[in-house]
Design a protein around this ligand. Structure first.
Ligand code: ZN
Length: 132
């Protein structure tokens, strides 16, 4: 982020880790770790590992790239909300945003004829949001 001149400083705005790179943002940051953990998914150990489907029984691995992209994108969104709009999203807000965004992906899959697998993923992701 720093090298792309997007951020004013290289430090992570959440945990004050000295260097905020792409992997920190989507995985190593304590905030990201908490979000992945709440989803019941392992935080990726590298950007390459993001493309490897975690072994979760009953869920179609073909959908994983869209899930990984959605989670990464929403973690980035949440970080930008904090940096640019001073909005500090709770983990729960980010989880809700992930589920809301992924529910839109369902329509994309629908066109390809497979609607059940993405719905199973959506149910899996939705179960991470605590009730109250
Ligand atoms: Zn951080």
């Amino acid at each position: 982020m720093f090298h792309k001149h997007i951020a004013q400083s290289a430090a992570c705005p959440r945990c004050q880790d000295l260097y905020e790179d792409a992997l920190h943002l989507i995985s190593n940051c304590s905030y990201a770790e908490q979000v992945w953990s709440s989803l019941g998914l392992p935080a990726p150990t590298s950007l390459a590992a993001l493309h490897q489907h975690p072994p979760i029984q009953g869920l179609n691995p073909n959908i994983w790239p869209s899930v990984a992209l959605t989670v990464s994108w929403k973690l980035r969104d949440s970080r930008n909300a904090l940096v640019f709009r001073k909005e500090d999203h709770s983990h729960r807000t980010t989880l809700r945003n992930i589920v809301a965004d992924f529910s839109l992906w369902i329509f994309r899959f629908k066109k390809n004829g497979d609607n059940i697998s993405p719905r199973q993923w959506l149910n899996f992701l939705s179960s991470a949001i605590p009730y109250s």
